[in-house]
Design a protein around this ligand. Structure first.
Ligand code: SF4
Ligand code: MG
Length: 329
């Protein structure tokens, strides 16, 4: 069976002056119907760029320069603006870190949800309102009749994120892309929103592609996690496998820097160094400059993404430490 979402050797590049510089390379992964997949990595690793590619929302200076994207059996990389907007909302919808930027400050929040329904579902106005109220209840908002007519600035950050989720789900998309949706929220509200997303995945079967710099957040919602570094996938495995048996040194570093990972009282670990800028990437392993296990070969030869034979289930890793016994994928 075809996957719901399939990225195949995707490369995305920026035009900088006269140069065309790749920012994402060799990105291949699938998301099955109803599946929950996380993408983790520091900022600048290509997580958001990956999600924007799927939504057809790449910035004007960026373009897909290789490979492609299939969404629900439809080839996306050559889609025109029109076929993208047909897909948005219906097949795939997106929620962001800052809901305020996606909401119209001058329109009541309920009406914004209803308008989304009218635009994509060809329903009447009263029916759209009924669906909007129903969805507002479903995302855990209360007194929805009154809330329907409230303007965005009257809502708390958590309520606004629930409105965004309602807007995203009103057209019953097969895929929900969530890019750091809880990063701006306090811890309690964050936990509630993560629970809500996990619950909606179970009750509606909407697949979720969840993007975060925080593995702790991803494990609340996702069954599988893809680790990105400097524009590459460096590891991809079921979430428990990543948490218990991380293979890539970068993943191990991310785990070590999770709050609570270290002994109490000791300072929080951070991976030394920083993600190389896209104009600064050389040959060899992109993580070599920060990797505690780097050897000569790492500086010279870029490792391939390989299926590892050790470990359980599907586990891919891009690191010379696992070159033996793995097969390139
Ligand atoms: Fe570290 Fe080498 Fe593996 Fe890269 S290939 S992550 S530098 S050990
Ligand atoms: Mg980002």
């Amino acid at each position: 069976a075809n996957a719901l979402l399939e990225l195949n050797d995707l490369e995305v590049s920026f035009t900088i002056g006269k140069r065309v510089v790749p920012a994402l390379q060799q990105i291949s992964f699938q998301v099955g119907a109803g599946e929950t997949v996380g993408i983790v990595g520091e900022s600048g690793c290509g997580k958001s760029l990956t999600s924007l590619s799927v939504m057809g929302l790449l910035p004007g200076t960026a373009a897909m320069t290789k490979g492609g994207i299939m969404l629900d059996g439809k080839r996306m990389e050559q889609a025109s603006g029109d076929s993208w907007s047909a897909v948005r909302g219906k097949q795939a919808a997106m929620i962001f870190q800052n809901p305020m930027s996606a909401l119209n400050p001058l329109m009541p929040v309920g009406k914004q949800i209803a308008e989304m329904a009218m635009a994509h579902l060809s329903v009447s106005k009263p029916e759209a309102k009924r669906l909007a109220l129903e969805m507002m209840t479903k995302v855990g908002l209360s007194r929805v009749e009154r809330l329907y007519d409230d303007y965005p600035h009257r809502l708390s950050g958590g309520m606004m994120q629930r409105i965004m989720i309602a807007m995203a789900l009103i057209c019953k998309p097969k895929l929900l892309i969530a890019d750091e949706p809880t990063t701006a929220l306090d811890v309690t509200i964050q936990a509630q929103i993560l629970d809500l997303l996990a619950e909606l995945n179970r009750s509606t079967g909407t697949a979720i592609l969840f993007i975060s710099h925080d593995l702790g957040v991803i494990r609340e919602v996702c069954r599988r996690v893809i680790v990105m570094y400097a524009g590459y996938i460096v590891e991809d495995a079921p979430v428990e496998e990543i948490l218990d048996h991380p293979k890539h040194p970068y993943t191990a570093g991310l785990l070590k820097s999770l709050p609570g990972a270290d002994k109490r009282g000791s300072a929080l670990y951070t991976i030394p160094g920083r993600v190389p800028a896209i104009t600064d990437r050389k040959g060899g392993c992109p993580f070599a400059g920060r990797c505690p296990s780097a050897s000569d070969v790492c500086e010279r030869i870029a490792p391939e993404l390989r299926q590892t034979l050790a470990g359980h289930g599907d586990h891919r890793v891009r690191c010379h430490l696992y070159a033996d016994g793995g097969r390139a994928v």
